[in-house]
Ligand binder design. Sequence first.
Ligand code: M6R
Length: 608
Amino acid sequence: MCGIVGYTGKSQAAPILLDGLSKLEYRGYDSAGMAVFDGKKLRSEKTPGRLNALVEMTHDGELLPGTLGIGHTRWATHGKATKENAHPHFNAAGTVAVVHNGIIENYLSIRQRLEKKGYAFKSETDTETIAAMLDYYYEKDPIEAIIKVLHRVTGSYALGIIFTDHPGVLYAARKDSPLIVGKGRDGNYIASDVPAVLKYTRDVYYIRNEEIAKITGDEISFYNIDADPVTEELHTIEWDVNAADKGGYEFYMMKEMSEQPKVLRDTCDPRIKNGTIVFDELVKDEKIIKKASKLHIVACGSAYHAGISGKYVIEGMAGIPVEVELASEFRYRNPVYIPDEIVIAVSQSGETADTLAAIKEAKANGVPVWAIVNATGSSMTREADRTIYTYAGPEISVATTKAYSAQIAVFYMLAMMFAKTRGRLAPEREEEYIEDLKRLPEQVEFLLGNKERVQKFANRYIAAHDVYYIGRGIDYGIALEASLKLKEISYVHAEAYAAGELKHGTISLIEKNTLVTAIATQEELYDKTISNIVEVKSRGAFVMAVTNVGHSDIEENADFVIYIPSTNKYFANSLAIIPLQLFAYYVSAGRGYDVDHPRNLAKSVTVE
Ligand code: M6R
């Protein structure tokens, strides 16, 4: 989704804005623009297409002199990706400039009212309405004008604003869209995400919902929507600057897949204490944990798939009923809650609009909410009652890999914790699971080490039109995630089926050489899955299989087999997904696509 960067201070703003926007490219965008004020003149450039075009047309920013500026990468919602619709947007006099991330839901009625008052609009965007409203309400005090606007808009926003009457001052506000304020030495910053400012500072404030920031080169103040000054806590970002760089890899996705062993260690090790699983963040919820009648997992995309795997693991180990639901459905469905239910939201970004709304819906009904989140300080960490961090570090590639792996590992540990609390985990079993958990990183490393074999196989299937993924139980969860990985980055039609379901319709699509990927890691379901492999084979399918080491008999029916090292049935997900992530990567890279920036997709989906 859209990316915002703003700067005010002693340095030239434009190069900082361009650099910051380049760090937000991962979010997905289709046009870019910026406006810079030198105290006398507000200059702007915008263009559809990639950020490079903006870099070239401004001569690396030199053509826009000034030390106050706002920049934007736009992911089109209202109106096509054109120069007119690109941000910043201005009032008619060119004295107010605005960049915006989010959606103003009531912009049409506001626009019509303003048109009646003589305002004219150049773009189709909802954002231009904000510039016009700021013009309408502005007398002398920008904060007062911003507050009047915020009281009148519905929807979500992160805003960066310049008023030319106030040189050197950058204004910002947010609701349900991410925005941080960076405190630097030679100036201060705003940005949609930390990587944009990390080169300049590690000290950041997280602006709260419906809060406004007034930022000069050496001062930062915050106000609530009633214009009362409020204090915000300064946070220090612990990541290494290189964590958000490609580190010599061609694509972030490969770098992030390669980081999975470390991510598993970082996420699990701090929670293994004296041979048992301890979630420090949940200590206050001991009673809730003991009484829990049901867990309700809500999430989108891959996080939802992590939830599906989590369901199998938690129900299997701890015997607690688990419902997994797409957040976009949950939020509008009026879910029926049962006493002692816990809602668990899962999200890499912590900003996904639907998951955030689902958290609010559950909280409004008095249900305790835990959030499994990767991005430090993100909106979900502030909305949920408890945050369980996945320590995957910054994930830049649109296709999630390492954050997903961390999420499923958190579910293993939650399952063990619930099982133990309920007396369903024998000490010797717990010991075995902990040993398996500790072994996962090196097993993942081993699978990553065999990537050339997967690459060779992927090269054969670069021209595939349709790929089917089948599995049973946890393997069905893996199939869902593997098929999403392939389709989102390689644009190959891919579908996942619970293996037993295939013959209820979809098997009619299998013809000679259709690639079917069968996942068979669950021993008790192995023979059943083999029968499904035989069914598709006899209709001409070419079968790639992922199974446990030792099952060489599968080669009688499968054409290409990847063996995963042995672990317990619940943790197999962490291993089986690795070659399937690699397969998706190599098909995409082999087709010559920009693996990290698949078309039409954004990393962080902050609008509905
Ligand atoms: O940031 P979140 O985990 O909430 O994002 C959820 C989905 O948008 C995300 O998993 C998406 O499906 C990815 N592109 C999958 O690779």
